[in-house]
Design a protein around this ligand. Structure first.
Ligand code: SAH
Ligand code: SF4
Length: 373
């Protein structure tokens, strides 16, 4: 493993193509060198200047001296017992930690259906959906304090830079590339609230989406937010093709407030109003996330209240049984209640998917990420 020093230089992944071009121009280098570096980073996943075969040695040395290529250091990984989920702990240059998760879906029936379509691969004459979904972090910790979330329970440490967000994707892209595979979907559902770190999150998406580099399609990203209303409206105005998911979890303000403190600032009606605005601006469907907590928000009555509030909105509900965390006593819903919840919503005309719980044995499920280093 590469030794990780305190970062003193500009992290390479913080720079877009124009910034790399400007920097190289200021060094007296031709612009095509910037493109070579860009392609080396985002098409070949090089992680050190020494790997760039087409860059002259003096320039490679200058790159190594003046820019940091190791932006986050992988310090540990855990694989789930079925080997389908891997969680990696990364150390940041200032000593904070974050986690990111790779989820492999080889069977289409197992894939989360609400997000963008799987890549189809030939397999013995049979086409089948194969997904390699990354769940990445946007902050170390989180300031939103949702009671059932391990990241919320650890409090806020700091925002990640755009490069620290990009570097999580490049780490796994490199790993999958070595296996002859690729990332198919990216969900911003790891540690942190992406809309609290709006600019860096969008800069990271733009960098990964760049057609001359990694070229990862906007529709293959999903951003999940706890419901920051001004940012939902801003996101709507930007008319991005990125999927939007909203963590709702309750259909009444008093209940929502008791589990998601942000509801005191932006109540359910304000969040739903912002979602209607988003749909009007983009004509895109919103996904509502719902962690089913036994006896709290998993009753048919709660499902009916939810259906009534969502009526007429272009949306979909993703329900997932609560994942356990140390700081919250609530339990996951029962199997019967899951089915009942889905049926009640669907009878009222609201599409609902029950999400598979993944990586629970390694604390890699939704809301379980916390830097346990
Ligand atoms: N901050 C963003 C994204 C990260 S959390 C957000 O809150 O939306 C990703 C998802 O996991 C959110 O829907 C969140 O509500 C959910 N979640 C948090 N803790 C959970 C838990 N213990 N079990 C199931 N889902 C949980
Ligand atoms: Fe933050 Fe999302 Fe966890 Fe809430 S659920 S504390 S917003 S990461």
């Amino acid at each position: 493993m590469i030794k990780f020093c305190r970062m003193a230089n500009q992290p390479i992944y913080d720079l877009d193509l124009k910034s790399i071009t400007d920097l190289l121009t200021s060094w007296g280098e031709p612009a095509y060198r910037a493109e070579q570096i860009w392609q080396g980073l985002y098409e070949h996943f090089y992680s050190s200047p020494a790997q760039f075969p087409n860059i002259p040695k003096p320039l490679r040395e200058r790159l190594a001296n003046e820019l940091d290529f190791i932006v986050i250091e992988p310090v540990r990984h855990l694989d789930s017992s079925d080997k389908q989920t891997r969680k990696t702990l990364f150390k940041l240059h200032d000593g904070h930690f974050i986690e990111a998760v790779l989820m492999r879906y080889d069977d289409p029936a197992d894939s989360p259906p609400s997000f963008s379509p799987p890549i189809f691969a030939e397999n013995g004459g049979r086409r089948r959906g194969v997904r390699r979904t990354l769940c990445i972090s946007t902050q170390a910790g989180c300031a939103m304090g949702c009671v059932f979330c391990a990241t919320g329970q650890m409090g806020f440490k700091r925002h990640l830079s755009s490069g620290e967000i990009v570097a999580q994707v490049m780490y796994y892209a490199r790993l999958l590339h070595e296996e002859g595979s690729t990332v198919t979907n990216i969900v911003l559902m790891g540690m942190g609230e992406p809309f609290h770190n709006y600019d860096n999150t969008m800069a990271a998406i733009d960098r990964l989406n760049n057609a001359d580099g990694y070229n990862f399609g906007a529709r293959r990203f999903t951003i999940s937010t706890v419901g920051l209303v001004p940012q939902i409206k801003r996101f709507a105005d930007e008319k991005r093709q990125v999927n939007l998911a909203i963590s709702l979890h309750a259909a009444q303000d008093d209940l929502r407030q008791s589990i998601l403190p942000i509801n005191k600032k932006y109540n359910i009606e304000e969040v739903l109003e912002a979602c209607r605005y988003y749909v009007a601006q983009t004509n895109r469907r919103v996904t509502f996330e719902w962690a089913l907590i036994n006896g709290v928000n998993d009753t048919p009555e709660e499902a009916r209240k939810l259906a009534a509030r969502l009526k007429g909105l272009l949306c979909h509900v993703n329900a997932i049984p609560l994942n356990p965390t140390h700081g919250y006593k609530g339990q996951a819903t029962t199997r019967e209640r899951v089915t009942q919840f889905k049926e009640t919503l669907e009878q009222a005309g609201i599409p609902c998917t029950i999400r598979m719980r993944r990586g629970i044995d390694i604390q890699a499920g939704c809301g379980q990420l916390a830097s346990s280093a």
